[in-house]
Write a protein that binds this ligand. Structure first.
Ligand SMILES: [Zn+2]
Length: 574
């Protein structure tokens, strides 16, 4: 106490934020009112009248006017470098409710056409006939090439449907892809043609867009860098200040690295990025490929700085439950068990290869995160994690990514292991995905097992750390939907509660997006809560998340986001 007082007297903060409801997410989950920041770090936390005495001539002040402030949010599993390529500025965002009609989309395309050079591609993603006014008024009304030709006669335009199954293009795009009235339908695809004229209408189904994709030029490095910065700004606008990009290859690593070098001093790099390297390759995880990569990759976990670092290695072990490809002990309703997606001629060899990959990553001091959704895969990975730590202990914090069907006995075992050895394992989950698929999963594994999927209560009751995430671009990185989902476990389609016994409390759900993620990043001493000595990463909300009806958590807006003591997003409302 004495020491803290002395510190407060000496410090002249460059930022003081006061008059708020500050949810600190410290070990007692204390609520306070104000924070003082110097050089990007928190130097004092407490009551407004006390903290305000620190304000000096140079101190910038923010009066929260009673608004709620949380630590900056951490999305611990996503693929932001991929997500960034499907977002503005590279692609038009034509999802409902941003657009409500064909006319809205045509207007956006026209605006874009006025800004780009003739011949440059205009791309977009997300249209949905079910939400377009013209199609709703007349189900026979379809989007057409003429709609786009009117506003973009000199640019090829290609707009992908929300599902990815259809493309809506204009005449220029058809011409460049070589698609005419005489082009036959490819296998597995259809070129929609006008029944009277025989001309393509501008809608390409499934494989019919292959010819189109072949002529769309790949993004340049500069476009990818700008896309990354755009993605960081968008994440800031919803309160996120940290994320883990979980599928890093050498190109993505280079883009991150170049973007940091070129834009950090301009203040444009605004998120703390944790990279998980795909040492075992993409698609099928390959032990030989990983061994080869480890010959040349000399970095270890935590290489980098507070803004960009290598967390460890990502391995993909199995598939996903909705497709029945995650490896289970109990069969899916159709009698199949799924399997591993690791190299090997038999399930036994695949498991051995997977265990060896874990072992060499552990030995090389890589924290390991493994995509494991099925109960059997989770058992193999956690068992091998524990063996590696027993034999060669270090602070690895290996974790399971997704963790859908973690069995109660497995969760219990890893909880006990952590308490016994002092080396904990963690489970990464996706509460916002649970919200979208829980009804459908009943048709895959039956209602009982569907209800158990993502057993957050069981995990926390066993003392296992749980970190939440979106897996963007699988789902929009809306952490509020994730918090709401973890607390209510209601489905998106019907509102049906899926596994009420696995609900967690609001404080626990907030922790899965803050302090637990910081621990997973080996940064719990630097972020994840609002405490003296930590990085000044915050988000300010328009409503008090602790007192709103839990059904309204998803509608809470972010008013301001601060990263490293700098305002990186400001809605202009405080
Ligand atoms: Zn993922």
């Amino acid at each position: 106490m004495e020491r803290r007082n002395v510190m407060m007297e000496r410090v002249l903060p460059d930022l003081v934020i006061f008059n708020g409801k500050v949810i600190t997410v410290d070990s007692k989950f204390s609520i306070t009112q104000a924070v003082a920041v110097k050089d990007g770090k928190i130097v004092a936390v407490g009551a407004s009248d006390k903290i305000k005495t620190l304000i000096g001539k140079q101190t910038k002040t923010i009066d929260l006017k009673g608004k709620t402030m949380l630590p900056g949010i951490n999305d611990t599993h996503c693929h932001i470098s991929d997500w960034a390529l499907s977002r503005p500025p590279l692609m038009l965002d034509i999802r409902f409710p941003l657009v409500k009609s064909i006319a809205d989309i045509v207007k956006m395309v026209g605006e874009k056409a006025s800004k780009v050079k003739p011949g440059e591609w205009i791309l977009g993603e997300g249209w949905d006939e079910g939400y377009l006014a013209e199609c709703l008024a007349d189900p026979d009304h379809k989007p057409s090439k003429e709609d786009l030709d009117r506003v973009a006669p000199y640019n090829p335009v290609a707009l992908t449907e929300y599902s990815g199954h259809r493309a809506w293009v204009n005449s220029q795009a058809l011409e460049m892809a070589g698609i005419t009235r005489d082009t036959p339908n490819p296998v597995g695809g259809e070129i929609k043609k006008d029944p009277f004229t025989g001309e393509p209408t501008g809608l390409l189904y499934e494989k019919a867009s292959t010819a189109l994709r072949a002529v769309i030029p790949p993004w340049t490095a500069q476009q990818r860098k700008e896309a990354l910065l755009g993605a960081m700004s968008e994440l800031n606008s919803i309160g996120i200040t940290s994320f883990t990009d979980a599928s890093i290859d050498r190109e993505k690593w280079a883009i991150y690295n170049d973007t940091l070098n070129e834009y950090f001093n301009d203040g444009k790099w605004t998120c703390r990025v944790n990279m998980m390297l795909m040492l075992a390759g993409f698609g099928k995880s390959n032990l030989d490929g990983m061994k080869e990569a480890l010959k040349y990759v000399g970095c270890r976990y935590n290489f980098g700085n507070e803004w960009l670092k290598v967390g460890g290695a990502k391995i993909v072990a199995d598939g996903i439950p909705p497709l029945k490809t995650a490896w289970m002990w109990e069969p899916y309703l159709d009698g199949t068990f799924g399997g591993l997606v690791v190299d090997g001629n038999s399930a036994k060899e695949q498991e051995e290869n997977l265990r060896e990959m874990i072992r060499i990553c552990h030995q090389n001091r890589f924290q390991v995160g493994i995509h494991s959704c099925g109960e059997r895969t989770i058992d193999v990975c956690t068992d091998q994690y524990m063996k590696c730590i027993e034999e060669d202990p270090w602070d690895a914090r290996h974790y399971i990514i997704h963790s859908d069907f973690s069995r109660p006995e497995t969760v219990k075992k890893i909880g006990e292991f952590g308490r016994r050895t002092g080396y904990e394992l963690a489970l990464n989950v996706q509460s916002p995905i649970k919200w979208t698929i829980s009804d459908f999963m009943e048709t895959v594994v039956g209602p009982q097992r569907a209800a158990y999927q993502w057993p957050l209560r069981t995990m926390l009751d066993n003392g296992v750390r749980v970190a939440n995430s979106s897996d963007a671009p699988v789902i929009y990185p809306d952490w509020k939907q994730g918090v709401q989902g973890a607390v209510l476990r209601e489905s998106k389609a019907t509102g049906q509660v899926s596994g009420p016994e696995q609900r967690i409390t609001l404080n626990e759900a907030i922790a899965t997006y803050t302090i637990n993620g910081a621990w997973l990043d080996h940064m719990e001493n630097l972020k994840g809560s609002i405490e003296v000595g930590k990085l000044a990463d915050f988000c300010v909300l328009d409503k008090d998340i602790l007192s709103v009806d839990p059904h309204e958590i998803k509608d809470i807006r972010t008013l301001m986001t601060i990263a490293g003591g700098k305002v990186v997003y400001d809605a202009g409302a405080i």
